[in-house]
Design a protein around this ligand. Structure first.
Ligand code: MN
Length: 322
């Protein structure tokens, strides 16, 4: 997915000065953002309250949207650098095309993992004939300096490992939990797990205490360590947790995100992650000049998304702000 804001704000991310060295329960309600003409999403990261959870740098939650009479998701070719995109559906299907020639449809329970690295471009569309509801999350993972120039790649994992216990069905998208390890390629210690909870579930998950974690209420809500987590909200859990207890009264789907606090400072603007304002400006100029860095999306019928105007003030990396 692309940040379609006509005037995207520059985000300065990274550094661990504001990462609490203890467990916390900070509810981040996020904000509604219009993406293009038809789609509204809840932007949960970055927000004023928090900019990163491990290397997770961007979290949009959308739907469920009734797209029976519309075209659904229509995101024209656009570029990325320095990040991975993790596409996760609860309902619906998405057709992904990219400049590597990937041409893949995926649905709920399948991991679509795109590593932009040096540069890639892609499009995302609801198939012409699509299910009635579209519901999912679009997540970005910042790449560390050692990996941000890797060759671009696209992985589609239709079957993922997981485990069940006490009313929970867990599916591991990224990293490892409960003895299950995702086949998805990660470049920093990272965790992403879909938690499908039955009504009346009461589970305690073992966590890596060196990680920071957050839980997204993707469908329904839950009680997390006594705190309520609602649909479309993100609950930041801090660091230093060895376990988290989750209880439900009604069925719920949560997304558990975690990772080692990301120490490098970086600049995020539009669909790019870089390390300086000059680098970001170069990416934007190269995209508009159809530079070979981003290739050409194979098989997409239509125009590309132009880069928005760069902000008038130079983008400078700084420490993490709250
Ligand atoms: Mn995208």
């Amino acid at each position: 997915m692309s940040d379609l804001d006509a005037r995207p704000a520059a985000r300065v991310l990274g550094g661990t000065a504001e990462t609490p060295a203890r467990p916390v329960l900070d509810l981040l309600p996020g904000k509604e953002v219009q993406l293009g003409r038809s789609t509204r999403v809840r932007r949960l990261l970055p927000t004023l309250g928090r900019r990163l959870v491990g290397a997770w740098a961007f979290v949009d939650h959308y739907g469920p949207d009734d797209i029976a009479t519309g075209r659904g998701m229509q995101v024209a070719p656009h570029p990325h650098t320095g990040l991975q995109t993790v596409s996760w559906l609860l309902q619906g299907r998405v057709h992904h095309r990219d400049s590597l020639g990937s041409d893949v449809e995926f649905g709920p329970g399948e991991l679509a993992l795109m590593t932009a690295g040096h540069g890639i471009s892609h499009s995302e569309q609801s198939p012409v004939s699509h299910p009635r509801y579209l519901h999912g999350a679009q997540l970005w993972v910042a790449l560390p300096d050692s990996a941000r120039e890797v060759a671009p790649a696209f992985e589609h994992h239709a079957v993922l490992p997981g485990f069940t216990s006490d009313g929970l069905t867990a599916t591991v998208l990224m990293g490892s939990l409960g003895g299950a390890t995702s086949p998805g390629t990660a470049y920093t210690p990272l965790l992403g797990v879909d938690l499908d909870l039955a009504a009346g579930a009461d589970v305690e998950l073992a966590l890596e205490p060196d990680f920071e974690h957050a839980l997204l209420g993707a469908s329904g809500g839950a009680d997390v360590e006594g705190a309520p987590l609602g649909h479309g909200q993100l609950l930041y859990l801090g660091t230093g947790r060895r376990t988290v207890r989750i209880r439900t009264e009604t069925p719920a789907k949560l997304l558990l995100l975690g990772g080692e606090p990301f120490e490098e400072q970086l600049v995020m603007w539009w669909n790019f992650v870089g390390r300086s304002g000059e680098e970001i400006a170069t990416y934007a100029e190269q995209w508009d000049a159809e530079h070979e860095r981003f290739g050409t999306v194979v098989g997409y019928d239509g125009d590309r998304l132009p880069a928005p105007a760069l902000p008038p003030v130079a983008l400078k990396p700084r420490g993490r702000e709250r």
